[in-house]
Design a protein around this ligand. Structure first.
Ligand SMILES: Cc1cc2nc3c(=O)[nH]c(=O)nc-3n(C[C@H](O)[C@H](O)[C@H](O)COP(=O)(O)O)c2cc1C
Length: 443
C-alpha cells in the first residue's frame, strides 16, 4: 500500500515567522550544532524519511528582527551524518553561484561519508541580494538562471557518472588501484560551463544524490519533471496542489519517467493541540508575536525588492497593488501564489502578512492530531501529494508533538511506515539507481 513520504524542513527556530520569540523555542544558538543534532536524531527516531536544510547565499535584510539558518547546509549535514544512521540528508546548493566541479565533489563526498543518504535541493537562488556577493552587477534573470541550471545539470551529471561502479580494482598484489579506462572525463563544453576532467573521487554509494527541486513556475515545473525525484512545493489550498501534481507528473511521463519516481511533497506548517481551542490559542500566541514590518520586508523580497511601504494595512488589496507577476525575477511561483490568495479572499495587507507569517505561503493547519491526519490523508488520497514537507512552526516543540501525536495515527491508518527501509535514501524512497542523461534519456 502506498505510504506517505515525510521530510522535516529545519529552518531557524521553526517556520512561524515569530518562532524564535516563543517561550518554547529552543534556547540553543542557531550556530550550535547540538541544536541540529537533536532535531536530526528526533526525526530519525520518528522514522521520517529525511531532513532538509535550506540555504541563502546572502544575509536577509530583516536581520534586526529575525534569525535565519546560519550554518552552510553540506557542512552541517556532514556532522549530522555521524550522529544518525538511516535518515536522508538533503542540502540546498545553488546552480547559479557554485562551480559544477565543486558542487559535484561536495555531494559525492557527503554521499560517501553518509553511506548513501544525501539529497541535493537544486536551486537557482531567487534572492536579488545574492548577485552582488558573487560578482554579478544585477540579479540574474529568472530565464537565465534556469538556462544556466540546465547546463549545470549536464556538467554535474557527467562528473558523478565519470567513474564506473567497478573502476576501483584495489589489486594490491598486481599493483593496480583503478582501471583508468573505467574513468571517463566529461569534456563538457556547454553555453555556460565547461568541465574537462573526471571527478576527483570514486562514485558515491548512490551514484548521484537524490535530486530535489522546489521551483513551481512553468519553467520550474518543466525542470522538475525532468530531473526531480522529490519536489517541494507551496500550496495554500488543495486545488492548486492537485493541479500542480497532475501537471508535473504528466510532464514527467512525457519524459519517459514513471510517476512513482517523482515524489511531490507540499509544505505543511501544522499547529496541533489536544483540543481545537488549545491549538487556536497557540496559533494566536505566535501570530501576536509576529512583526508586521518583518512580514512587509519578506513580501518585498519575494517580489524582487518591490516597495510595499505605502500600502495601507487594513484596506482590501487587489492584484494592481502588486507588480505584474510575469516580470518578477525572484521567486515567480510564490509571487503568483500571493497575488492569487489576495484576489481570492480580498485580503488586506495585515491579513496577507499574517497568512504568510505561518509558513511563507505553504499550507498551514490548526487543530487536533486526528483532524490533521484527516487533512493529510485527504490531500494524499486525492492526487495532491505523495507526502509532506513538514514545517513545524516552533522547533523542536512542535516536531515532538507531531512525532508523538500525529505519526502513530498515520501508522494506525497504514499511511506511514513503521520502520526505516533500504540502506540508502534512494532505496528508502524506492527510486531507481539507473542514471538518466541531463537531457532526460535513460543511460
Ligand atoms: C520548500 C522549499 C524550499 C526552498 N529552498 C530554497 C533554498 O534553500 N534556497 C533558495 O535559494 N531557494 C529555495 N527555494 C526556492 C525555490 O528554489 C524557487 O526559487 C522558488 O520556489 C521559485 O521558483 P520559480 O521561480 O520556478 O517559481 C525553496 C522553495 C521551496 C518551496
Amino acid at each position: 500500500m502506498r505510504k506517505m513520504c515525510l521530510n522535516l524542513f529545519i529552518q531557524g527556530k521553526g517556520h512561524h515567522e515569530a518562532s524564535w520569540r516563543h517561550p518554547k523555542a529552543s534556547p540553543l544558538a542557531l550556530t550550535d550544532i547540538e541544536y541540529y543534532k537533536t532535531l536530526a536524531q528526533k526525526a530519525e527516531a520518528g522514522l521520517l524519511h529525511s531532513i532538509f536544510l535550506a540555504d541563502a547565499v546572502a544575509l536577509w535584510d530583516d536581520i534586526d528582527k529575525a534569525p535565519h539558518n546560519w550554518l552552510e547546509p553540506l557542512t552541517t549535514l556532514g556532522a549530522l551524518s555521524q550522529v544518525t544512521e538511516r535518515i536522508g540528508l538533503i542540502a540546498t546548493a545553488s546552480t547559479t553561484y557554485t562551480a559544477p566541479y565543486n558542487l559535484a565533489r561536495y555531494f559525492a563526498s557527503l554521499d560517501h561519508i553518509s553511506q548513501g543518504r544525501v539529497g541535493w535541493n537544486i536551486v537557482t537562488t531567487w534572492s536579488a541580494d545574492a548577485a552582488g556577493n558573487f560578482g554579478e552587477q544585477t540579479q540574474v534573470s529568472h530565464a537565465d538562471r534556469y538556462a544556466r541550471a540546465e547546463d549545470f545539470m549536464e556538467a554535474v551529471c557527467k562528473l558523478w557518472d565519470s567513474w564506473a561502479e567497478d573502476a576501483i580494482l584495489d589489486d594490491r598484489a598486481g599493483g593496480i588501484y583503478a582501471d583508468a579506462a573505467r574513468i571517463t572525463p566529461p569534456n563538457h563544453a556547454g553555453p555556460y560551463y565547461s568541465v574537462k576532467g573526471a571527478l576527483n573521487m570514486p562514485r558515491g554509494p548512490q551514484g548521484r544524490p537524490v535530486f530535489v527541486q522546489a521551483g513551481s513556475s512553468p519553467t520550474g515545473r518543466n525542470f522538475a519533471a525532468r530531473f526531480a525525484e522529490i519536489i517541494f512545493t507551496a500550496h495554500l489550498v488543495k486545488e492548486t496542489a492537485q493541479e500542480f501534481y497532475s501537471d508535473v507528473k504528466g510532464q514527467a511521463k512525457q519524459y519517459g519517467r514513471s510517476e512513482d519516481q517523482v515524489n511531490i511533497l507540499p509544505g505543511l506548517g501544522p499547529i496541533i493541540g489536544s483540543t481545537e481551542e488549545e491549538a487556536q490559542k497557540i496559533a494566536k500566541e505566535l501570530d501576536d508575536l509576529a512583526d508586521i514590518e518583518v512580514g512587509r520586508k519578506r513580501l518585498s523580497a519575494r517580489f524582487g525588492g518591490h516597495d510595499f511601504s505605502n500600502l495601507p494595512l487594513d484596506t482590501p488589496l487587489s492584484a494592481s497593488d502588486f507588480p505584474d507577476v510575469s516580470t518578477v525575477q525572484a521567486a515567480r511561483s510564490r509571487a503568483e501564489l500571493i497575488v492569487r490568495a489576495v484576489e481570492k479572499d480580498s485580503l488586506t495587507l495585515r491579513q496577507l502578512l499574517q497568512k504568510l507569517a505561518g509558513a511563507r505561503g505553504h499550507g498551514t493547519f490548526v487543530g487536533t492530531p486526528e483532524q490533521l491526519a484527516d487533512y493529510m490523508e485527504d490531500w494524499f488520497s486525492s492526487g495532491a501529494a505523495d507526502g509532506f514537507n513538514l514545517m513545524p512552526p516552533v522547533l523542536p516543540w512542535m516536531l515532538d508533538v507531531l512525532i508523538e501525536e500525529l505519526l502513530p495515527i498515520l501508522q494506525k491508518r497504514n499511511l506511514f511506515r513503521t520502520a526505516h527501509e533500504g540502506d540508502t535514501l534512494k532505496s528508502a524512497l524506492h527510486l531507481d539507481r539507473s542514471v538518466r542523461s541531463a537531457k532526460g534519456d535513460e543511460q
